[in-house]
Design a protein around this ligand. Structure first.
Ligand SMILES: Nc1ncnc2c1ncn2[C@@H]1O[C@H](COP(=O)(O)OP(=O)(O)OP(=O)(O)O)[C@@H](O)[C@H]1O
Ligand SMILES: [Mg+2]
Length: 243
């Protein structure tokens, strides 16, 4: 266990959508340099928690303590919520990752372009650099969006179902980049529905059920009959397809 408190901690957090409380008494921390999987059945509040952590949803009670500077926080929303019809190329999207720290109106220098090209190569999307976002497949779009967070040098990265409708090869590329980012110290939270992906990617897991969150060891998911009580686990993942 680290002696230093984690950069992201939740203190008795309560979040609501409309007038209805979705989550309450959420207490816990997300380890620096680790990938935490956020799991739970549909409607249990995974996206709500992410909105709360990003400050887009004001808590009803409690607080989010986040010591990552705003310009280093990134969020990849659930795919369905994305509107990428904005006329912009893949390269332009990746380059916007420099805006939070560099500013949107200053233009880019040669070093920015060089870094953008390196990032696109790392994600296997160099050949798509000038392709408009509206003409990308789901997996290509996810690679480009992750490229933007690399450009941003994100130290807190929240991904809401990043592998939905993404082919196996793209999942591998995205997982490798996420693991590298965690190794470099980023705090990563990823909403997942697939237990196999969870056991391969995550260091920790948080299960949402009945309005509460529970931090559980990843091994609980890897082994049948692990430390997590079976009824709790089935309740947590019920209604979730093995995509
Ligand atoms: N904008 C909104 N207004 C009112 N209620 C909402 C809103 N967004 C979500 N909810 C409700 O809040 C609850 C939690 O929703 P949330 O989207 O956080 O669930 P989720 O765990 O992300 O589900 P999924 O796995 O389907 O993405 C659900 O009951 C949902 O109907
Ligand atoms: Mg969701």
């Amino acid at each position: 266990m680290d002696a230093k408190p984690a950069r992201l901690r939740l203190h008795d957090l309560q979040l609501a959508q409309g007038n209805r409380t979705v989550l309450e008494h959420i207490d816990g921390e997300f380890r620096d340099g680790a990938i935490t999987a956020l799991i739970g059945a549909n409607g249990t509040g995974k996206s709500t928690l992410i909105q709360g952590i990003m400050g887009m949803l004001k808590p009803i009670a409690g607080r989010v303590e986040c010591r990552v500077p705003r310009e280093r926080r990134a969020w990849l929303p659930q795919q369905l919520a994305l509107d990428l019809t904005f006329p912009m190329s893949v390269e332009e999207l990746v380059m916007t990752g420099s805006w939070p720290s560099h500013g949107a109106l200053k233009g880019y220098c040669a070093a920015h372009y060089r870094r953008g090209r390196e990032i696109m190569a790392r994600l296997g999307i160099s050949h798509l650099a000038h392709r408009p976002l509206g003409e990308l497949s789901g997996g290509q779009r996810q690679r480009a969006l992750l490229g933007r967070t690399l450009m941003q040098e994100a130290k807190l990265l929240l991904l809401d179902e990043p592998f939905a409708n993404v082919d196996a090869e793209t999942v591998e590329v995205l997982m490798t980049v996420l693991r590298d980012m965690a190794k470099e110290g980023a705090t990563i939270i990823v909403v997942l529905h697939d237990m196999e992906q969870l056991s391969r990617l995550a260091d920790e897991a948080v299960v949402l059920t009945g309005g509460h969150a529970r931090w559980v060891p990843v091994e609980s998911f890897a082994q049948p009959g692990g430390t997590l009580p079976v009824p709790f686990l089935s309740q947590a993942i019920s209604g979730v397809s093995a995509c």
